[in-house]
Design a protein around this ligand. Sequence first.
Ligand code: BEZ
Ligand code: FE
Length: 289
Amino acid sequence: MSNNSEEQITKNVLDSMAQTPNPRLKQVMTSLITHLHAFIREVELTEDEWASGIQFLTSTGHMCNDKRQEFILLSDINGVTMLVDAINHRSADGATESTIFGPFYRSGAQELPMGATISKDGRGEPVVVTGCVLSTDETPIPNALLDVWETAENGLYEQQDPEQPDMNLRGKFRTDREGRYCFVGIKPVSYAIPEDGPVGQLLQALGRHPFRPAHIHLLISADGFASVTTHLFVKGDPYLDSDAVFGTKDSLIVDFIKHHSEEEAARYHVATPFYMVEYDFVLKRLGER
Ligand code: BEZ
Ligand code: FE
């Protein structure tokens, strides 16, 4: 190991891992070191740049606590989260596509009856979201669970905003015997991801904006089926083509249709005007590829 030429350094590190007992760890670390060293060689990293990188990662760590995960945000804005998602969820034809989970999910939302609203403060423009949960052969799935969450009209999730009631704009819904679901939310708005930390500074340094296109989050599960973590995006949103975390998928962009009919509004127990979205979710059976 005495010859520390540039190429020899890489070889020495790879050789040092030769006895790694876990074959997957060996494969991942061998590839990681090979690519990392190749990157450093390619850009001819300076010592100052190396120190800035270390400082950046240190600040990223310091920004993390039990409510804030700056490393996941870093993964998100670099497309790593969506690439891992794409590799791990190669959808069966017709199955609902997955997208980024994000850091704002909270477990323990209340299960609500069909058609109930997730708004606890009555603010925002109501949207009725309805459709079916189906298998890939179009069989309705009864008793599927939809766990939904979204920001308030100010673009903040309830845990970011002391003005909002606890668990505002979160709820769980079950499909009926025909696989139908219905819930009332609010028309989502585009919003900025947290930009007060190192990730925000990096976005700024790269000349990038921090916005996500308006969306409602859904986590859909049913016995015997693979769960899907997904969104419904609002057609026409200005950030659909430049989502700060690269989560947009064409199949998840839907029309939010505005309605003014008092009669229709009364049917859904909402005020006018309101929006309607109709969307069927399709789940893969466990083991289906
Ligand atoms: C979200 O959609 O909630 C989200 C996703 C990634 C980073 C920040 C927020
Ligand atoms: Fe979100």
